[in-house]
Ligand binder design. Structure first.
Ligand code: GLN
Length: 537
């Protein structure tokens, strides 16, 4: 194995959140990968939760699950979708985890005699986690969550400041993302917010090499010069990060602005020109759809679309492969009383979820899909509730439910399995990460995957209760994917329905724009067929 000199790119954000730092990092990674470099990522989050697994999706957005079972920030989803990198436990580290480590070491007596302090102990632990994530790659992109100037980010900024001195200036590149705001009354682009946030960085001893100016329009040469002058960077280091219609345009826009060229220059690296043809093809497909389908998603976290990030992307990927524009409509399951609102759906998707709120609305949506031959895809909770609905209305198990929703249900079709540890700690105690699943020959799932054994990522506590398997099978449900020991139901389907499939796992985490997940592609395809049957043109 050739030994690599790893180079480090640090991405910070200024002024406000939601500037698309994660997408920017993923896009830079994609550009460098297309220049033949091996890249990986690390997301450093300054909050005190040990991981985002216990956080409300409405506050934090989706929890992205890696193959090795880490519950992580949704930016890791962008990283995996945009590049060939594989994320895992080491690729998302929060302040909570850092403190957890430092305090455990203190209790063990590792620092015996010493005073434990932010500098050097916390900053050393941060630097260690950067090194741990940077194994055998040419480039690691380290994204610092939060906004420069927050109290919580200080130890992280101090750690990356030291890091530059530790590994040498030519091995590091600092990229700062900040907004340039168009002020309509003055008819001018305002660069002051960028200048101020760069000052914040300078106050902690950091100087950006590149500025990514997030804006709704291209920056003129004059505006770029002004930013360069006041922020102490080269003029060609001011890059317009313009809003785009599709996230898959970002790498192309960055390249046109000269970003990857500048990064390699700062890092003193020689690489070939990037091959961006696959990105161009993707955008071409995005801009020229031949058909359109409407997928209705019935869930609890519909007020924040970020909660279903990977699902949305997987649907888009399925559509891109079929040249279909996928319109996603969200319906709040708590408000779903009259299923007439589902009449226009070409496909219905019930996503993951926790707790009892909105469950009956989801069950109504499942029933509608089943009875009206509308393509249905259930994900995790969406599978569990499909089993409950079928048990109630087809297999004669009145009041069937998940024990999570109704602890006193007469038919606990979904339950904690015998021997499954009762929940004490809530953090990281679910079935997490990739598990194998064996597909039954002749089933629709088998036809879709074209494989006997698959591996998919999980994040749930409850399971299908095997005591009900025979009863549901007799009523017409097929258990087409099971764990290799045959005990856990992983995929169910209804053979006498045009498309009714649900999985206990989360296929959306494995979908990529260039390699759409087969289940999503098949679902979108079924939706296009449903639409053309309904509305012959
Ligand atoms: N709440 C369910 C469980 O814990 C489903 C979880 C999910 O949809 N991810 O089993």
């Amino acid at each position: 194995m050739r030994s690599r000199t790893t180079k480090y790119i640090f991405v910070t954000g200024g002024v406000m959140s939601s500037l698309g730092k994660g997408l920017a990092s993923a896009s830079i990674g994609a550009l460098l990968e297309s220049r033949g470099l091996k890249v990986t990522f690390l997301k450093l989050d300054p909050y005190l939760n040990v991981d985002p697994g216990t956080m409300n999706p409405l506050q934090h957005g989706e929890v992205y699950v890696t193959e090795d079972g880490a519950e992580t920030d949704l930016d890791l989803g962008h990283y995996e979708r945009f590049t060939r990198s594989r994320m895992g436990q080491v690729n998302n580290v929060t302040a909570g985890r850092i403190y957890d480590r430092v305090l455990a070491a203190e209790r063990r007596g590792d620092y015996l005699g010493g005073t434990v302090q932010v500098i050097p102990h916390v900053t050393d632990a941060i630097k260690e986690s950067i090194r741990a994530a940077a194994d055998d790659v040419d480039i690691i992109l380290v994204e610092i969550g939060g906004t420069v100037g927050d109290i919580e980010s200080l130890p992280f900024l101090e750690a990356i400041r030291q890091f530059r001195a530790d590994v040498g200036r030519e091995h590091t590149c600092f990229i700062h993302v900040a907004p340039v705001i168009y002020q309509a009354t003055a008819g001018e682009l305002k660069t002051k917010p960028v200048q101020h946030s760069v000052k914040e960085l300078q106050a902690v001893g950091l100087a950006p090499d590149i500025i990514l100016a997030r804006t709704d329009r291209f920056l003129s040469k004059d505006v770029k010069s002004k930013i360069a002058l006041f922020c102490n960077v080269d003029e060609d280091a001011v890059i317009t990060a313009k809003d785009v219609e599709s996230i898959y345009e970002v790498p192309i826009v960055f390249h046109a602005e000269g970003l990857d060229e500048k990064v390699t220059q700062v890092l003193n690296m020689w690489t070939g020109q990037p091959d961006l043809r696959k990105w161009e093809r993707l955008i071409e497909a995005h801009h020229n759809p031949e058909r359109e389908v409407t997928i209705v998603m019935v869930g609890k976290y519909v007020d924040l679309v970020e909660s279903y990030k990977s699902l949305n992307e997987a649907l888009v990927h399925g559509g891109l492969a079929l040249r279909a524009k996928v319109k996603i409509e969200y319906i709040d399951s708590e408000k779903l009383e009259d299923t007439d609102v589902l009449a226009g759906a070409d496909g219905i998707l019930v996503p993951h979820g926790f707790g009892s709120r909105g469950v009956e609305g989801k069950i109504r949506a499942v029933r509608f899909a089943r009875e009206n031959q509308t393509p249905y895809l259930g994900i995790c909770f969406g599978m569990q509730l499909a089993c409950c609905e079928f048990a109630r209305h087809v297999a004669g198990c009145e009041g069937a439910n998940s024990r999570e929703v109704d602890p006193n249900t007469p038919h606990p079709v979904i339950d904690l399995m015998p021997g499954q540890k009762q929940v004490e700690d809530k953090g990281a105690t679910m079935r997490l990460g990739a598990y194998p699943c064996v597909l039954e020959e002749g089933s629709r799932a088998f036809a879709i995957y074209g494989e006997h054994e698959i591996s998919e990522r999980h994040r749930h506590r409850y399971e299908f209760n095997a005591d009900y398997k025979e009863r549901l099978e007799r009523a017409g449900m097929r258990f087409s994917g099971m764990s290799p020991d045959g005990r856990l139901a992983e995929i169910i389907e209804l053979p006498d329905h045009p498309f009714f499939i649900a999985s206990q796992f989360h296929p959306e985490f494995a979908s990529k724009p260039f390699d759409p997940h087969p289940l999503f592609k098949a679902f979108v395809e079924a939706a296009t067929i449903h639409r053309s049957d309904e509305k012959p043109s």
